[in-house]
Design a protein around this ligand. Structure first.
Ligand code: FAD
Length: 278
């Protein structure tokens, strides 16, 4: 649920360059989403179809809200862990030097694997069996509207999905599109440079929407190595003897709602009672 802002000659352009929208099936998640709506953190976006929601003013709004009451160390990368239940230590870039009662990994399976290999081989093996597929994403701002009747364009050739980000509720700034390559194209071009990917996907996008594109104010590419997760079917993993758990989309399916449900399940396994975050 990432968002980026880019400065252009026509003001700041906003892009949700990861998840595009989310849907709601679970009654607990519905309760949470309606609470977020009351707080102005999410709104419906009808372009992809009925029942589609986005964060407002950007996709990361609910995540920021969830984090505001937690003691979060941002920009820290955990490279390894050592210890045992009741006294875990973390090693890596900018990680706190404290010891921790328990560790809950909420990272993609590929990032969980190296952390778990030596300390919890069974969990590592679940992660190894659940790989994700990549997604090259281009964020493009234009000096005029793209002449296309809809605000989303679905899969065709290299393009997996494209969305007029500036049509989402609460967005300001110039015409902005998020253009995602399909999985096959992303796999084939995984090691291409952004300089190669941007023109290739802009050309495929122009072909997809069948028009000459307006002037490009800004165009950048982001490679998601682990975009569409697998689904191990576990929902969450918790070893009370080790004080070690894992949650995230790879345990429950490649959707925002699944990631939320996985986190809630892990919290309950650890022993927390979960209320709707307001
Ligand atoms: C391009 C793209 C499009 C998508 N589109 C949709 C969509 O339209 N609808 C939908 O429902 N879902 C969509 N998804 C999926 C959805 O975004 C995910 O399922 C969900 O965000 C997963 O949440 P998570 O908390 O499990 O993991 P993430 O959101 O991946 O969070 C994991 C975090 O862990 C951090 N991390 C990783 N390793 C370490 C480490 N060693 N140390 C410290 N931190 C680490 C990462 O930096 C990241 O911030 C999309 C995803 C992508 C990438």
């Amino acid at each position: 649920m990432s968002s980026r802002r880019v400065t252009t000659a026509m003001g700041e352009a906003g892009f949700d360059h990861g998840a595009q929208y989310f849907t709601v099936r679970d009654s607990g998640f519905r309760e949470q989403v309606l609470a977020w709506r009351e707080l102005g953190l999410v709104a419906e976006w009808p372009a992809p179809g009925p029942g589609c929601w986005v964060g407002t003013p950007a996709m990361n709004a609910p995540v920021k809200h969830l984090a505001q009451d937690a003691d979060v160390t941002w920009g820290a990368r955990v490279d390894s862990m050592s210890g045992s239940a009741g006294s875990w230590a973390l090693q890596g870039e900018a990680v706190p030097a404290d010891t921790f009662e328990a560790v809950l990994l909420a990272v993609p399976s590929e990032n969980a694997m190296p952390l778990l290999d030596d300390i919890a081989p069974a969990m590592a093996s679940r992660a190894r069996q659940t790989p994700a597929s990549p997604c090259w994403t281009v964020m493009a701002a234009f000096d005029a509207g793209v002449d296309f009747a809809a605000d989303v364009a679905r899969e065709d050739g290299a393009i997996g999905w494209a969305a007029r980000n500036s049509s989402k509720p609460g967005r300001t700034g110039p015409e902005a599109w998020v253009i995602q390559a399909g999985t096959a194209w992303s796999v084939t071009h995984l090691e291409d440079s952004p300089g190669e990917v941007v023109p290739a996907l802009l050309a495929a996008f122009a072909q997809r929407v069948g028009t000459i594109l307006p002037g490009v104010l800004s165009a950048t590419a982001h490679r998601w190595r682990y975009a569409k997760s697998g689904n191990s079917g576990d929902v969450a993993l918790w070893d009370s003897n080790l004080g070690l758990g894992a949650c995230g989309d790879w345990l429950a399916g490649p959707r925002v709602e699944s990631a939320w449900m996985s986190g809630v399940r892990l919290a309950r396994l650890v022993g927390y009672s979960i209320a709707v975050a307001r």
